[in-house]
Design a protein around this ligand. Structure first.
Ligand SMILES: [Cu+2]
Length: 507
């Protein structure tokens, strides 16, 4: 075949240009992509493309040459560029680079991401309604694929995709005027389009309305995407893209900001009680629609679909693939607020989970925490006979054996739903307590998990868990009992924990 002709003496070029030609062939069926017409493909194949000079720019393109020129500040998620303080339009120069790079998808799992700016999602762009954007798209010379960019903020054919089609080692420039305010997705639209998006090629561009947005204390950038790997969720090693799973829309990972844990542990979003938070939330897809929800918060305001319509007092907002929403709320009480896709298996089994950590003073009238906890035995209930056949739970254990018995009661009612009555947990979701090396190494870990909750990465019997266990509201006696119970059950090592130990651990 001509493309693999011996005129090439450089292997990488063969790889690049044959991929370019392939992408062009695939793209030609649907889009008339510049750089993919017959002449250009041939020119590329014979390696005769003129390198673009830096001044091949936008001087003579419409006569409005007197706008001040500003270089856009681009940020990586979860950061957002500062608000725009201008009250006049500008010519904003945006320089973005496409980079193909292997990065962490989950602990022990790597993936070859294709990115705008080296991370997933791509860099956040912030401009003002009426601005004229001079967009520079450079494709890193080490890339194997050509890339382009379709910005949903563009009015014009293909949203810029055809004008920005760029082979490895080239830069394209094009201009557009931001006619409509809103929060818009951008993405690569090079064939096979779904594969470029599935590999992470998407981000957000905010076109601030002329009058600006209201002032808030924190702005964050969160973007969901679905990922398709040959191995199932958590399978270790470098995982290749799985086209069949992508076509059947059956992702292994659904993620915020490109990796499991991108918004948990040390990476959690932060705010203080009484502050206002604005989340710019996008969904790159390629396939799934997000039911975006923050557990324990109500969105005071949502700019529906990233547009101008304001909705108020919203629990869950739908974000379509290739869409966005702006959500705003004020924090009232401290704690962990969990960002999820409320298609909830995605959150707890596929990674779509982030945390907003709110610090500050409690307000028990807004939220009390558990105030009472007692046995519920309605007249004639099926459990009554069982309860009656056993001694009623004593208030305080007199010895270790009683502690174990009473601990079982606490366990069945507070822990078994997640860790299972067998103590074996559920693979990849809830770690085992039976013969858990993590727990047996130090029983204080169990005390702390129960009274403070547990999140972030832990290793239990060789398996990594990076999830969230909420604190369980139990008094010292019950915590001592339940921990003693798990230490003495399922073949664990034994031992006893006393209420005094629990009391000490609370401090
Ligand atoms: Cu691409």
């Amino acid at each position: 075949m001509l493309l693999f002709d011996s005129t090439f003496n450089h292997h990488k070029e063969i790889f690049n240009y044959s991929n370019l030609a392939l992408a062009c062939l695939l793209a030609l069926g649907t889009l008339n992509i510049t750089g993919c017409d017959k002449t250009n493909t041939e020119a590329t194949a014979t390696n005769a493309v003129e390198p673009m000079t830096d001044k091949a720019s936008s001087k003579d393109n419409g006569g409005e040459g007197d706008l001040p020129i500003i270089d856009a500040v681009l940020t990586h998620a979860p950061n957002v560029p500062p608000p725009i303080n201008r009250d006049y339009p500008a010519k904003v120069r945006v320089k973005m680079e496409t980079v193909e790079t292997v990065m962490r998808l989950a602990d022990g799992v790597d993936y070859e991401f294709w990115t705008f700016g080296g991370q997933v999602p791509g860099q956040f762009v912030r401009i003002r309604e009426g601005d004229e954007v001079e967009f520079h798209l450079s494709n890193h010379p080490d890339s194997k694929m050509p890339h382009n960019i379709d910005l949903h903020a563009v009015t014009g054919p293909h949203g810029g995709a055809s004008s920005s089609f760029t082979a490895p080692g080239y830069t394209s420039e094009f201009n557009f005027k931001a006619l409509n305010p809103g929060l818009y997705v951008y993405h690569c639209a090079t064939a096979p389009v779904g594969m470029h998006i599935a590999n992470g090629m998407y981000g957000l561009i905010l076109v601030e309305p002329k009058e600006g947005l209201s002032k808030v204390d924190h702005e964050y950038y969160v973007m969901q995407g679905d990922f398709y790997t040959k191995g199932s969720y958590g399978q270790q090693g470098l995982q290749p893209f799985d086209m069949d799973k992508a076509v059947s829309e059956n992702p292994d990972y659904v993620l915020f900001n490109g990796s499991v844990g991108a918004l948990t542990g040390d990476n959690a979003l932060k705010a203080n009680v009484g502050e206002t938070v604005r989340l710019f939330v996008g969904n790159g897809g390629p396939n799934l629609v997000s039911s975006f929800h923050v557990i324990g918060e109500i969105f005071d305001k949502v700019y529906v679909d990233g547009g101008t319509t304001e909705n108020h007092n919203v629990q869950t907002t739908l974000i379509p693939s290739g869409g966005a929403a702006i959500t705003e709320f004020k924090t009232d009480v401290p704690g962990e607020y969990i960002l999820v896709d409320h298609s909830i298996f995605r959150a707890f089994n596929k990674g779509a989970l982030g945390i907003l950590q709110v610090e500050g003073k409690e307000n028990k009238r807004i939220y009390s925490g558990k105030t009472k906890y007692r046995v519920y035995l309605p007249e004639g209930a099926a459990t009554q006979s069982i309860a009656n056949s056993k001694p009623a739970p004593r208030k305080v254990a007199a010895n270790k054996q009683q502690r174990i018995e009473m601990g079982k009661y606490v366990y069945d009612n507070n822990c078994a739903a997640c860790h299972q009555p067998t103590g074996l947990g559920i693979p990849k979701a809830f770690p085992p307590l039976a013969k858990s090396d993590y727990l047996l190494k130090d029983p204080n870990r169990a005390i702390n998990a129960v009274i403070h909750g547990l999140n972030g990465k832990i290793m239990v019997n060789g398996e990594v868990y990076d999830s969230v266990m909420p604190a369980v509201a139990l008094d010292d006696e019950r915590v001592a009992n339940v921990v003693t119970y798990i230490l003495n059950t399922w073949g664990n090592n034994g031992g006893e924990v006393t209420p005094d130990q629990v009391k000490a651990a609370r401090k």
